[in-house]
Each structure stands twice: as C-alpha cells, then as structure tokens.
Ligand binder design. Structure first.
Ligand SMILES: [Zn+2]
Length: 57
C-alpha cells in the first residue's frame, strides 16, 4: 500500500495500487503524476498481502 500527498487539500490519499489513474477522494485532484510515498509503519493496517519491492524482514 502506498500514499500520495494532495497539494490541493493538503492531505494524504491512500491506495493499494501504484498504477493507473489516481484521483484524490477528498477533492478530486488528479494525483496520477505525483510521486508515490511509502507508508510508515504506523500507517499500516492490513498490508500483509501487499508485496513491495523490498523483501519483508
Ligand atoms: Zn485532495
């Protein structure tokens, strides 16, 4: 799971996918071209099935 920062409403948008169109659910801003941010540990809720580029320790 990853997140992107929306500059319009200044909040984070979360998604399980990193490809395709990414629209901010709060304000409708197009975040598709914004850089993908990794979730911090504290943000994790149910990501056990999500595979990342790094191997899990
Ligand atoms: Zn927004």
């Amino acid at each position: 799971m990853v997140k992107k920062f929306c500059p319009k409403c200044r909040s984070f948008s979360y998604s399980a996918k990193t490809q395709g169109r990414w629209i901010c659910p709060s304000c409708g801003y197009d975040l598709t071209l914004k850089p993908i941010l990794m979730l911090e540990q504290s943000d994790r809720t149910d990501v056990s099935q999500i595979k990342t580029s790094q191997a899990k320790k």
